[in-house]
Design a protein around this ligand. Structure first.
Ligand code: TYM
Length: 326
């Protein structure tokens, strides 16, 4: 069976981009693949975190993933730091990656540019991400468009390692959706929606109050002329709304555009589609919140199942590298 692996950082509330670009596809993938889904708390440490908040967010994120539809009977859901194998393989892959290729990562450039403190971990972040993926003999990695370059690196590292030390890792493929892979900020439609940007009116949180969600969409920035057309380059605001609506309904944005002649109608339809997408998730989240121990038990069982896959892969890498068995 095809193995699917993906991860999300517990660094802030989950936003609509995470849902449409990645999480919905994790849920759908469970039907035809063997899913391994990870809350990547070690990745969150590349910038300073409040310890109490980090712990709470990790558990809340697990609950949200269950509410969205990750099924612990079929898939593995676990927390990255519960397995030491990730950090261990990360070191090996840091020694496989070159300084130059890590320096070319655009996310590193964006996040380090102008920052007062740039951790070494922010620089080596993609090696840890490659470790996450390669530990599970992963065939396919469902992610949003912003992870494309990291995925390319994971593939390059797998190929390089296999070339040097013999067949060790499965070379993974990125699975980036055609629609919704880059949900943009509603107020600044030329930059992506992000949980770490300070743009509350431009960002829809999956757990936002539903009336607030509708208002944010109705107040979204549109473009100067009045034509409803799917043209991300020249009409970023309208095209973003069309993408969001089509990602919710499973249609083609250019076809959806033909149904509207006025921005107001497009906004109303988009608001309704998003609200109806979020409503059942929020309801299920509230139900799960009543039973926090259940979520912890699921994560503990997930870590055990994850280790059963990851440990032999790490041992294979250690042996092929020539590390003496303990
Ligand atoms: P993270 O936590 O930033 O985001 C989780 C997922 O959401 C997608 N995403 C978006 N998709 C569409 N539009 C947006 N505006 C948007 N914002 C975020 C991301 O592409 C991602 O798929 N490095 C990863 C986490 C990670 C990982 C991994 C992913 C660590 N190890 C191994 C896959 C495999 C990250 O920071 O995602």
């Amino acid at each position: 069976m095809t193995r699917v692996f993906s991860g999300i950082k517990p660094t802030g509330p989950v936003q609509l981009g995470n849902l449409l670009g990645a999480l919905r596809h994790w849920v759908a993938d469970q039907d035809e693949a063997d899913g391994v889904f990870c809350i990547v708390d070690l990745h969150a440490l590349t910038v300073p975190q409040d310890p109490v908040e980090l712990r709470e967010r990790t558990l809340e994120l697990a609950r949200l993933l269950l509410a969205i539809g990750i099924d612990p009977e079929r898939s593995i859901l676990f927390v990255q730091s519960h397995l030491s194998e990730h950090a261990e393989l990360s070191w090996i892959l840091e020694c496989t990656a070159s300084f130059g290729e890590l320096r070319r990562m655009t996310q590193f450039k964006d996040k380090s540019d102008g920052a007062e403190f740039v951790s070494a971990g922010l620089f080596t972040y993609p090696a840890l991400m490659a470790a996450d993926i390669l530990l599970y003999d992963t065939d396919r990695v469902p992610v949003g468009d912003d992870q494309r370059q990291h995925l390319e690196l994971a593939r390059d590292l797998a190929i390089r390692f296999n070339g040097r030390y013999g067949d060790t890792f499965v070379v993974p493929e990125a699975a980036i959706p055609k629609i919704g892979a880059r949900v943009m900020d509603l107020q600044h439609p030329t930059r992506k929606m992000s949980k770490s940007e300070d743009s509350p009116q431009g960002t829809i949180l999956v757990l936002d109050d539903l009336d607030a969600v509708a208002k944010k969409i109705k107040r979204a920035v549109t473009d100067t002329d009045t034509e409803v057309r799917f043209d991300p380059e020249h009409k970023p605001g309208v095209s973003n709304l069309l993408s969001i609506l089509s990602a919710c309904t499973g249609e083609d944005p250019a076809v959806v555009a033909d149904r509207f002649t006025r921005y107001g109608d497009l906004k109303a339809a988009c608001a309704e589609a998003v609200v109806e997408t979020l409503r059942p998730i929020q309801q299920r989240y509230r139900e799960l919140a009543a039973d926090p121990t259940g979520t912890k038990d699921i994560l503990a069982a997930g870590a055990e199942r994850a280790r059963a896959i990851a440990r032999p892969v790490l041992d294979r890498a250690r042996t092929n590298l020539g590390l003496l068995a303990p």
